[in-house]
Design a protein around this ligand. Structure first.
Ligand code: CA
Length: 234
């Protein structure tokens, strides 16, 4: 598996390289955006970690350009949480977004999660450092009875909670901002406050906890919103 690291800060690029190599990945580093685009158009590798602000061509243009030709998984790195909101709105086609500062361990975990989600799983299971994400087939949605079945256990939800969970569950690992969730939760283009969304998420989490308190499903991403990921609690 080859991970391309497009990052103009040499220290940060090398840190990511070390952690990824430690986990059995091969890496290629690019410090310049234009050079990266040229090379990645020819050979995108298995996944790209792409910084937003780069000399030469910026990360957003690189992502857009690559998407015209390739479905290679792309994780955007950005220094500003607000940027992620804007990028989500532009729908440039990245698979995930990570906000700086980040821990290299988190980046490795996200790389693996995106590879799993996009069906590009590493051959050998060198996955000791991160919690294993359980299979999604354990989730069965039933709109008729307004419930979700998790590992054969029934969890009754309201219609709004069911939609909220369904929207996030469709794209595990993807971060949703509150406006995106709001559009998915209501049919009638209703506008509600962020606090209303947060309160629905809170209730949904509590209900999911009653089914399986050892696992968490909905995670807050500071300054942005929420995402679905199946993680065993530590
Ligand atoms: Ca940069």
């Amino acid at each position: 598996m080859n991970i391309s690291i497009v990052e103009d800060e040499p220290k940060l690029a090398n840190l990511l390289k070390d952690y990824l190599q430690n986990d059995g990945f091969n890496t290629s580093i690019y410090h310049d955006g234009s050079e990266a685009l040229d090379s990645l158009m020819k050979n995108p590798g298995d996944l790209i970690l792409l910084d937003l602000m780069l000399p030469g061509t910026d990360g957003m243009s690189i992502c857009r350009e690559l998407r015209k030709h390739s479905n290679v998984p792309i994780i955007m790195l950005t220094a500003k949480a607000q940027e992620i909101d804007r990028l989500l709105g532009l729908e440039i086609g990245a698979d995930d977004y990570i906000c700086k500062p980040f821990s290299p361990r988190e980046v490795v975990a996200r790389v693996k999660a995106v590879l799993r989600r996009t069906g590009t799983t590493p051959q050998n299971g060198t996955d000791a450092s991160t919690p294993e994400t359980a299979s999604d087939s354990s989730f069965v949605f039933d709109e008729g009875t307004a419930s979700v079945r998790i590992n054969e256990q029934v969890c009754p939800l309201t219609a709004v909670e069911l939609r909220l969970l369904g929207a996030m569950h469709e794209r595990p690992g993807q971060i949703f901002n509150r406006a995106q969730l709001m559009r998915r939760m209501y049919d009638d283009n209703r506008i509600v406050s962020d606090r209303t969304i947060d309160s629905h998420v809170k209730k949904l989490r509590q209900k999911l906890e009653t089914v399986d308190e050892a696992t968490s499903y909905i995670h807050s991403v500071y300054g942005i919103g929420y995402k679905f990921e199946i993680l065993e609690n530590e």
